[in-house]
Ligand binder design. Structure first.
Ligand code: AMP
Ligand code: GLY
Length: 426
């Protein structure tokens, strides 16, 4: 099978790592990929938003399966574009069409979808400049903290949680006036849910689904989960509190109604769904949907899948997950993200990276690296490298990731030493 992965982060490196182990993978391309993926397949210098170039590449190279890593091309309709072109319409693609991607592309769409399908989620209201007075009333009628969400894609930064009413009102007005550009011309205000978060992932073929290992990520920059939000500073899988009772509730109340709700709208969803959940007193609520895998969650989810994932991906893309199961290892996987000093605010790029570590201890997934004109591996992003380790003991996996994190060197390197701190890892 000739496979193309679209994207260039740690998630795509982890996908390439897993897929390249498949005996069915005869050729692996990554567009545009990174220095890590170049060791597993062929990097292709095409931008994920350049659909015409991607289609021409797939046609010329007889690609059988395309896996779309990030959300932006999905929300912009990459799947619809492939389908509308006679030479690419039959290529198998992992990822929903633009309608299905609205689960992530529009918070208002997702909230309305959940309410119509009786999927537990926080109470909300949808506001534009026209009905801002209703927004102010919703704020005065609820308790702090107040949760304001830009409707559209805002690079993971479109959610504000504010403690006082005056700031909530001021932020609402700013957002509607475009503080997040077009994405916040519409705003969802919702009730604050006080609980513990974790994430569940499925691969859907449009009717059936396969459950992947669950994970917990650590979004804040500072230890103890404080400070600014980032793309994710680390992740752990499995999540000890996600027991059978909780997962049965997630399946019955959240996953199954999501699939049947999509089918009822005529959406044949063939791809990953990432459910961001909040557990409040033992009951799961949906905080957000994503139409793709998480990053850095993928870096702990895939290492726990013990069988070949390629036939399962192909089955999902072809609408046939019959008799295909994902085998999950009971081991714990941990990932610690090494980031550039200053991230998630201003940071410098171009620092040389020294990869001196023990390969038996950890696996590295490149997130923000590049090779400079002198052939040196250097930093090129805020999140630089994901250090994943796996062990039958969670504490040991963490220790290994931290040991490797310490050994790898680049100027300004920062990482959290407390990933998994709130879980009872044993
Ligand atoms: P989102 O982009 O929707 O995942 O939101 C970003 C983060 O904001 C989530 O990971 C939560 O930590 C937090 N958050 C979002 N919605 C709520 C809510 N209704 N109650 C509490 N926290 C929330
Ligand atoms: N780590 C969060 C995300 O991928 O959205």
């Amino acid at each position: 099978m000739r496979v193309l992965i679209i994207g260039n982060g740690g998630r795509e490196h982890a996908l390439a790592w897993k897929i390249s182990q498949s005996p069915d993978c005869s050729q692996l391309y990554i567009a545009p990929g990174n220095p890590g993926t170049s060791e597993l397949g062929e990097n292709i210098a095409i931008d994920p938003m350049d659909f015409n170039a991607l289609m021409a590449f797939c046609e010329k190279n007889q690609v059988d399966l395309v896996i779309v890593g990030p959300e932006a091309p999905l929300v912009a309709g990459i799947v619809d574009t492939f389908r509308s072109n006679p030479s690419t319409k039959d290529i198998n693609i992992i990822g929903p069409d633009a309608k299905g991607a609205q689960l992530e592309g529009s918070k208002a769409f997702a909230k309305d979808f959940m309410i119509r399908n009786k999927i537990p989620t926080a109470k909300y209201i949808e506001i534009t400049l026209e009905n801002i007075a209703e927004g102010y009333r919703f704020i005065s009628g609820s308790h702090p903290p107040y949760v304001l969400k830009a409707d559209g894609l805002a690079g993971g930064k479109g959610v504000l949680i504010v403690n006082d009413e005056a700031s909530a009102r001021a932020n609402l007005l700013d957002m509607l006036n475009g503080s997040f550009g077009h994405a916040s011309k519409k705003v969802v205000i919702e009730e604050y849910l006080n609980g513990i978060e974790f994430s569940v992932f499925i691969l859907s073929d449009g009717h059936q689904y396969a459950l992947l290992p669950e994970a917990k990520d650590y979004k804040r920059i500072g230890e103890g989960d404080i400070g600014l939000n980032t793309g994710g500073m680390g992740a752990v899988s499995p999540v000890p509190f996600a027991d059978d009772i909780l997962m049965e509730k997630v399946r019955k109340r959240i996953i199954e109604p999501t699939i049947s709700g999509l089918e009822a709208m005529g959406i044949t969803y063939r791809g990953f769904i990432f459910f961001g959940l909040m557990v409040v007193e033992g009951e799961p609520f949906v905080i957000e949907y994503n139409c793709r895998m998480g990053d850095p969650e993928t870096e702990v989810v895939l290492p726990r899948i013990s069988n070949d994932i390629l036939p399962i991906l192909k089955g999902a893309a072809q609408g046939n997950l019959d008799h295909k199961t994902i085998q999950i290892s009971p081991f714990t996987a941990t990932t610690v993200m090494l980031v550039s000093g200053g991230y998630p605010q201003e940071y410098k790029k171009g620092y040389q990276i020294t990869l001196d570590y023990n390969k038996d201890e950890s696996t590295l997934f490149h997130a923000g690296t590049t090779v400079n004109s002198q052939g040196q591996l250097v930093t090129s992003g805020g999140r630089v490298l994901a250090v994943t380790s796996i062990s039958d003991k969670g504490t040991e996996a963490l220790q290994r990731s931290l040991l490797t994190a310490e050994k790898i060197q680049f100027e300004g390197k920062y990482y959290r030493r407390d990933i998994g701190f709130d879980l009872d890892l044993i």
